[in-house]
Design a protein around this ligand. Sequence first.
Ligand code: ARG
Length: 558
Amino acid sequence: MDYKKYIAQKIKVEGVSEDEVYSSIALPPNPEMGDYALPCFKFAKVLRKSPAIIAQSLAAEYPADDVIEKAEAVNGYVNFTINKLALARETIDEALSQGEKYGSSDIGGGRTVCIDYSSVNIAKPFHIGHLSTTAIGSALYKIFNFLGFKAVGINHLGDYGTQFGKLICAYKHWGNRDEVEKGGIHAINDLYVRFNSEATEEMEHEAREYFRLIESGDKEANELFDWFKELTLKYVKGIYQKLNVQFDSYAGERFYTDKMQPVIDELREKGLLKESEGAQIVDLEPYGMPPCLILRSDGASLYATRDLAAAIYRKKTYDFYKCLYVVAYQQNLHFKQVFKVLEIMGREWAKDLVHVAYGMVSLEDGAMSTRKGKVVWLEDVINRCVEKAYGIISEKNPELENKQDVAQKVGIGAVIFGALYNNKIKDIVFSYDKVLSFEGETSVYVQYTCARANSVISKGGVPASYAVGELLPQEAEVVKAIAAFPQAVQDAAEKYEPSIVARYAVDLAQKFNKFYFDCKILTAEGDKKNFRLALTSAALTALRNALTLLGIGVPEQM
Ligand code: ARG
C-alpha cells in the first residue's frame, strides 16, 4: 500500500494540494521517530504560522486509525507511525498476491527511456572493462521496464574507423578464411594486434586505402567488413545470453554515416562551426571546455560527430523522456561537450541526456591493461567464476541435483553482482574469492538465502490464510525490509544506481537469516507457523524479484 498517499489524503492544509503534501512526505532520519515524516516548513508561508504550530495542529487533527496508529508533532515535523500488525498484513498480502510483479509500478506511464550500454567495438576484445556498462545498463533496462517505462536498449557499436582498413589489410596479408571462421573474434583480434606490431609503412598505406574502399562502398571491402562484424556480434550475443542481457537496437556508429551531414549543415547555418588549424570545431570556450571536434582537417568525421547525429536520431525515432549513456567516466568530457553542442544548437531536450558514468574494474592480480596481449576477456572471467562455483557447490552439497545449472547461476550472478554492488562511480577490484563468498555481501549469499527460504516453503507450504499476532523484533524487521522494496527500485531508477537494489537484497537477506535462526518456523505453533511461512514466502518474493532485476538467476536449491 502507498502509505504516503494514505496519509496525504487525510491531511488538509489550506492552499496546498494533496499532491504537494504527498511529495513532501519523507522518511524520518531516525526510525524511532516514526515511519514517515511531513515537514511543515514549506506551509509556513501560505498559512502565516510557524512550522511548529502547523505541525502541532496537523498532528492533533490527524484521525489515527488501525493503519496509522500515531501522528506526533516534533520540531516542525509531523511524524507518523504505522501500525506494525497492519503493515505486516498489508506487506505480506501484497508480496504474495503480486508475486513476480511485487515492487513494480506504472509511474513510468509508458514514457520511453533510451539506454545506450555495453556498446562493444567490432573486432576488438569484449573485455572485463565492458563488464560494468553491460551489467549496469542491463539492470537499468530491467528496472525502468519494471516501473512502467518503455526502455529501449541500444548497443552503439564501435564499427566505424580506420582500424577496419588495418584489419582488412592484415587479413589480406596473413589471414585465412577457415581460420578466421573457426577462431572468430579471437582470430580477428589477433590479426589486428599483429598489424599494430608488425605493419610496415607500406601496409599502413594500404590500410588507409582499404578504409577508403569501405567508405566508398567497394563490394569486397564491405563484404569483409560485414563478415568481421557478423563474427563479432555472434560472439558477443552468446555472452549477452549468458548474462541475461537484451538490446532493442544494434545501430552503431556506422549507422550514422549518412546522418552526420545534416548536423554539420545545421551547425554551419547556425554559425556554430569554426575553422581551427584546418579542422572544423564548435568553440566551447565560453562554457569552460575545450572545443568539440566535428571534422578533421582531412574531412573525416569524429566520434563526437556521430554521437550528435545519434542523439538527434534517437529523439526523432523514440521521442525519449530520457536518454542514458552508460559509459566509463573517462568519457565525461566527451559527453559534456556533446550535450552542450546540442543545447546551443537549440535542442531543448539536451537536458534529458544523461551520462551515467561508472568507475574502472580491475582484477586482483592487476591485469586489466588493454594493451596487446594483456587483455582479460570477460568470457574468461565468467567461465572461471562458473568453474569455481561448481567446485564450491559440489563440496558444500555433493548430493545436489543440476549442479551445472546451479553453478551457472551462481557463477554468472557473482560476476554481475560484483560489478553492481558498489556505488557505480567507484573503481572496483574484482576478486574471485570475494564475489563467490557465501558469507560476504554477495549474490551467492542472497541466492543461498533464497534456497533456504525455498526449502522451508517446500516443506511447510504457503498457508491459504494466516493471522498476524504480536510481532517479535526479528519478524518486524523482515516485514519492514520487504515493504521497502518498491521504494528501493524507484530510488535505483531515479539515481541510475542499480547498487541500491543489490544492497537492498543483501540487507533483506541478512534480516531474513536473523529471523530464520532466531525464530522457529516449521516447528512453531498453529497461527505463528502460518504467519512465519507467509512471511518467508513474501521475503523470498522480494529477494527473487531483486535478483531478477539485476539479471541474476535464482536456483531453487543450493
Ligand atoms: N564503443 C565506445 C567505447 O568502447 C562506447 C560507446 C558509448 N556510446 C556512445 N554513444 N558514445 O568506448
